[in-house]
Design a protein around this ligand. Structure first.
Ligand SMILES: O=C1O[C@H](COP(=O)(O)O)[C@@H](O)[C@H](O)[C@H]1O
Length: 249
């Protein structure tokens, strides 16, 4: 039985990072094709893990099957840096994926970085509310079809970093965060926004994340990733190195 939170989530253990990316690409395509009532709305993760996935999705054999014209791409978080910066999640995603596919320009929703992080968070929340059609999240009407997440070695996910006030946010959909253990101010989806999802998928790779993944799966409440839920499924796609002792299930 699949679950709505991290302790009851389905865990899919795959051979390596390439297999994780291939599985995610196929799963995302299946979700997109299955969504026939309204736009397909996705929040992508950043960092290094999704790079292989984005390259697969940009290949003509895959991209030609994906319903880009009814897809909206949002970002789970970004570093509050210009789009030209090497650390911009948007820049990485644009270079590897978006500029190669038939996504209408107005359906790409980068997190802006031209005001303060707080101002840009307010702006991004408004962009989400415009598409959602309401300023209030309604149970049974998910904001996102898919929220894709990564996890840092400290248990952060999106830019929900340990010890930061954003973890207590109950009403805003998007907020600023200043990690004490990582570079750059951040703008991130909050728990309420992520929880308003049809499905959440974590992509986690590498032995360096094995211990943290086991702690998250056991529900260690000190870790931001442990508090993620979804209205539908929460799924972990992990490589063998990150899985450690975890089994498929
Ligand atoms: O800072 C970030 O880190 C996490 C994990 O990144 P990874 O490089 O270990 O894959 C990522 O999910 C998040 O989007 C990013 O901003």
């Amino acid at each position: 039985m699949s679950g709505h939170d991290v302790t009851s989530a389905r865990v899919v253990v795959l051979e390596d990072g390439e297999a994780v990316a291939q599985k995610m690409a196929q799963w995302l395509l299946d979700q997109a094709l299955a969504k026939t009532d309204g736009p397909f709305v996705v929040a992508l993760s950043g960092g290094s893990t999704p790079k292989r996935l984005f390259k697969i999705m940009a290949e003509p054999a895959y991209a030609s099957k994906f319903p880009w014209r009814r897809t909206h791409i949002f970002f789970g978080d970004d570093r509050h840096v210009p789009f030209t910066h090497d650390d911009s999640n948007y820049r990485m995603t644009d270079e590897l994926l978006l500029e190669h596919v038939d996504l209408p320009a107005e359906n790409a929703h980068p997190i802006p970085a031209d005001g303060t992080a707080e101002q840009d968070a307010v702006w991004y929340q408004s962009a989400l509310q415009d598409l959602y059609g309401s300023h209030h999240l309604t149970p049974g009407k998910p904001l996102f079809d898919v929220v894709m997440l990564g996890m840092g070695p400290d248990g952060h996910t999106a830019s929900l970093f340990p010890r930061q006030p954003i973890l207590q946010e109950k009403t805003k959909w998007v907020a600023a965060c200043t990690p004490d253990n990582a570079p750059h101010d951040r703008v991130s989806l909050t728990y309420p926004a992520i929880h308003s999802s049809r499905n959440v998928v974590f992509l986690i790779e590498g032995a360096g994340k094995a211990e943290m993944l086991a702690r998250v799966r056991s529900g260690d409440e000190s870790l931001p990733a442990s508090h993620i839920t979804s209205e539908g499924e929460v799924v972990f796609l992990v490589d063998k190195a990150a899985a450690g002792e975890l089994q498929n299930g």
